[in-house]
Write a protein that binds this ligand. Structure first.
Ligand SMILES: Nc1nc2c(ncn2[C@@H]2O[C@H](COP(=O)(O)OP(=O)(O)OP(=O)(O)O)[C@@H](O)[C@H]2O)c(=O)[nH]1
Ligand SMILES: [Zn+2]
Length: 306
């Protein structure tokens, strides 16, 4: 007897020991990974085998990239095969530069293009302040877009610009609570509610909890996808070695090689090009905020791990 054929599929949600796999025809079914080797994450392309009304994931295709972050001490969440990461911030609540920097470093480490978006354009003064705090990120070469999802501050133009950048791509959407992540997804994905309902019914046996990472198709032709992932607050970078940090920070990277010592940590060495750029008024510059973030992360990632 021939071995049964493995079927191709895409992981659109994962929860505990089971996941939801979508076939090329759009149909979805619950699969269980076979053994530890086939641990899957959202965005994985897999080969699966039907078994009664469910299936088993037999093989995970090689990943183009894998986006890591750490929710708690031990729980890590991932998504794979991403084209870009959208970090959604808002004028209010005030965003944390540390969280933003961590997300940017995590994306850079996997070669995934980050896109920073500042929402709530209608909040005049607070918006101007938040936009100014993002100036260093624009200067270091990040794409930073304006967005107004509510309040009539030219919202349609800003949304159209963002939509054009998402088209045909798979984008992971991250952001602190209250920035407008759900508002954005509901605007871009008219069927988001139905898609979420289907996933929670399949994976959480009826409980409407959106605690897991979820894939949304934006268009009926299934070319554009958004992945919604909770847990931006605790953004651990434990998979990154401290010495890699400067190369992953776009304001630090161009200065590397200008230090007197080839293995400069940029913390205390004389003749350090990074520290010379600190407080400089014009580019290339390192702001005190970014330098403090680097110092903190360096210490965090150099600490002995058990
Ligand atoms: N003023 C203003 N409020 C907005 C805008 N976009 C979203 N909001 C509001 O901001 C609040 C938070 O939006 P959500 O979409 O729930 O934010 P979220 O990021 O999903 O937050 P969590 O569900 O806590 O993760 C809601 O009351 C929205 O109506 C905007 O452009 N301007
Ligand atoms: Zn240095």
């Amino acid at each position: 007897m021939n071995a049964p054929a493995l079927l191709p599929g895409l992981v659109v949600a994962a929860h505990g020991r089971h996941c939801l796999v979508e076939s090329p025809d759009g149909s979805r079914l619950i699969c269980h990974p076979r053994g530890k080797k086939s641990q899957v994450v959202v965005g994985d392309r897999v080969r699966w085998l039907a078994s009664q009304d469910e299936g088993t994931v037999e093989k995970v295709d090689a990943r183009r990239n894998l986006f890591y972050r750490q929710d708690e001490i031990r729980t890590k969440s991932f998504a794979a095969n991403l084209d870009q990461v959208l970090v959604l911030l808002a004028a209010d609540p005030e965003f944390s530069e540390s969280q933003l920097s961590r997300a940017l470093i995590a994306a850079e480490a996997e070669g995934i293009e980050p896109l920073v978006v500042l929402n709530k354009m209608d909040l005049g003064e607070a918006y101007a302040r938040a936009w100014a705090r993002l100036a260093p990120y624009r200067d270091m070469g990040h794409t930073v877009l304006q967005l107004g999802l509510k309040g009539g501050a030219a919202p349609d133009d800003s949304l159209a610009d963002l939509q054009a950048r998402l088209a045909g791509k798979t984008t992971l959407v991250l952001g602190p609570s209250g920035a407008g992540k759900s508002t954005l997804i509901n605007r871009l994905v008219p069927t988001a509610g139905a898609q979420t309902g289907e996933v929670s019914r399949a994976l959480n046996s009826g409980k409407h909890t959106t605690t897991s990472t979820t894939w949304y198709w934006v268009d009926v032709s299934r070319q554009t996808a958004l992945i919604d992932s909770p847990g931006f607050q605790e953004f651990g970078l434990h998979h990154i070695d401290a010495t890699r940090l400067p190369a992953l920070m776009r304001d630090f990277a161009p200065l590397l090689g200008g230090c007197r010592f080839y293995n400069c940590t940029h913390l205390h060495e004389p003749g350090c090009a990074v520290r010379e750029a600190l407080n400089r008024p014009e580019a290339p510059r390192i702001t005190p905020q970014r330098y403090a973030i680097y110092q903190g992360l360096f210490e965090e990632l150099s600490a002995t791990r058990y």
